[in-house]
Design a protein around this ligand. Structure first.
Ligand code: SF4
Length: 105
């Protein structure tokens, strides 16, 4: 199931390995990010988003089978939606800044 567009309202902010994440009752790891959000519970660490991103938004968080794609430079995002398109688990939601501001009103 793709990331809830209102996850920041519908989940609770907490931390996972020093990262701010949003969790609900079903979460183990939570969702990280704002403009480029990754659901760490869905991410399988295949690196498709890292390979496709033209502006190098993502880093790896962790290693091996447990690694996750971390949108470490989401401010650099140019909203091409490539990462959303290639993710096999629908673990990424990209929200342009204007849309994010509208949601927060
Ligand atoms: S939308 Fe495009 S630019 Fe933004 S993080 Fe995804 S692949 Fe990178």
């Amino acid at each position: 199931m793709p990331i809830d567009p209102n996850f920041r309202e519908n989940r609770v902010a907490t931390t996972f390995e020093n990262l701010k994440v949003w969790k609900d009752k079903a979460s183990n790891l939570g969702i990280y990010g704002t403009g480029v959000a990754v659901d760490f519970d869905l991410c399988v660490g295949d690196g498709a988003c890292i390979d496709v991103c033209p502006v190098n938004v993502f880093d790896w968080h962790g290693s091996g089978a447990d690694r996750k794609a971390l949108p470490a430079r989401e401010r650099d995002c140019i909203y091409c939606y490539g990462c959303e398109a290639v993710c096999p688990k629908f673990a990424i939601r990209v929200t342009p800044l204007q849309e994010k501001k509208r949601q927060e009103k």
